[in-house]
Design a binder for this molecule. Structure first.
Ligand code: PLP
Length: 409
């Protein structure tokens, strides 16, 4: 009899978005005339920018011509795209990243889930709490997370780095004297989903120094880098000294340029990242070559167009549009007395639930009284209890109307 991977049986049901969908359906059945404002799901709504559409059309035409047709793409990605990435995302910011350290892929979700394959099953994993759930679930599927306690929402085998209002939702490096176990892998995501928090360069430098000191690897998810509006916030972990010996960085075109449907991302693994005498860059190249056959040519041409002057300007306008929504939500709710975080360098607003309500209690109230859908913070980890996440990815009218409705509640 086949033995299945029983680690899958330890996963809790992904009830968060299905429970939200059920509650929303029940509300709509009971209130057929009331328009619903969805500020729950982190998907973009603006169409692709003209420069990207133009590049897509041109690449599609090439695929229909025998002289320019392309089959399998190179599995690390086309040089034209990796060159644009290296020059504009890194060299322009003083970060030294080589072409062969960039691995183009179809998404940061898959990269963030797959990267754990490079680590031994005994590797101790540290995650922020609250957290983007993929980091935990992918390690749980591999058998590294221990068992899940449904009452506490805690996995027995993980090291949790609490992100609370007291630490500005940025975890502290474990002190040498602390009881916290030393992690082998540390997942950090800044600007953060779900809290919208960021870290300063000195704070990130502390993590890099720590990782180099203890031999840990940092998986740095910079999917929301393009939403940074303030000075002094690192856009890449490679802005820190010594990051090339301890950090892997994930980037995505999804939120930066509206590619959630097209699918394009990349991962950087520097050559100096060596553990047990083995290059993690070479391991990732081997994995990529075996398990991935490359992102589509037309999509990589679309990705290249994001780096053109027109592409930069047009995607910049889209990001500014979303960040204006974030400002409307943030300012509107904060002036109404709500405890509001995020929304300045990230498209997420992290709302403290008023009057000590639970995340789900406030979710229900918001839905029933205002017809606004958020995401209960408890769905992102135990420290998310008492918060609700709102996203800025809708239309401006929705942001304005949602704020007006919530203020009237
Ligand atoms: N990383 C974080 C922190 C995210 O919030 C998301 C999407 O919501 C992703 C990665 C996934 O990105 P992609 O669309 O490239 O798979």
């Amino acid at each position: 009899m086949l033995e299945i991977n029983e680690n899958y049986l330890r996963l809790p049901g992904s009830y968060l978005f299905s429970t939200i969908a059920e509650k929303v359906a029940a509300y709509q059945a009971a209130n057929p005339g009331r328009g619903l404002i969805r500020l729950g799901i982190g998907d973009v709504t603006r169409p692709l920018a003209p420069a990207i559409i133009e590049a897509l059309h041109a690449a599609v035409a090439e695929m229909g011509d025998p002289a320019s047709f392309r089959g399998y793409p190179p599995d690390q990605g086309f040089t034209f795209l990796r060159r644009a990435i290296v020059e504009q995302d890194f060299a322009a910011r003083g970060c030294d990243i080589a072409l062969d350290e960039v691995f183009v892929s179809d998404g940061a979700k898959s990269d963030s889930a797959n990267i754990q394959e490079l680590f031994g099953l005994g590797a101790r994993i540290a995650v922020c709490d609250p957290v983007y759930p993929v980091y935990i679930d992918s390690n749980a599927m591999a058998g590294r997370a221990g068992t899940y306690n449904a009452d506490t929402g805690v996995w027995s085998g993980l090291i949790y780095l609490p992100c609370t209002r007291d630490n500005g939702f940025a975890p502290e490096v474990p002190a040498a004297s602390s009881a916290t176990e030393t992690p082998d892998v540390i997942y950090l995501c800044f600007p953060n989903n779900p809290t919208g928090a960021t870290v300063t360069l000195p704070a990130l430098q502390e993590w890099v120094d720590y990782a180099n000191r203890v031999g840990a690897v940092i998986v740095f998810d910079a999917a929301y880098e393009a939403f940074i509006t303030e000075e002094g916030i690192p856009r890449s972990i490679y802005e820190c000294d010594g990051a090339r010996t301890c950090a892997i960085e994930l980037r995505s075109f999804s939120k930066t340029a509206g590619f959630t449907g097209l699918r394009l991302a990349y991962t950087v693994v520097p050559r100096e990242l060596v553990r047990g005498g083995v290059s993690l860059r070479d391991m990732w190249a081997r994995r990529h070559g075996t398990k991935f056959n490359g992102a589509p040519y037309v999509v990589q041409r679309a990705g290249e167009a994001v780096y053109s002057p027109a592409g930069r300007a047009q995607t910049g306008e889209q990001i500014a549009y979303y960040m204006n929504n974030a400002r409307v939500i943030r300012d509107g709710l904060s002036s109404a007395g709500y405890e509001v975080y995020g929304g300045v360098n990230a498209p997420y607003i992290w709302l403290g639930t008023p009057g000590g309500a639970t995340s789900w209690g406030f979710f229900d109230r918001l839905l029933e009284s205002a017809g606004v859908v958020g995401t209960p913070g408890a769905g992102f980890g135990p420290q998310g209890e008492g918060y609700l996440r709102l996203t800025a990815f809708g239309g401006l009218e929705d942001a304005v109307e949602a704020v007006a409705r919530i203020r009237e509640m």
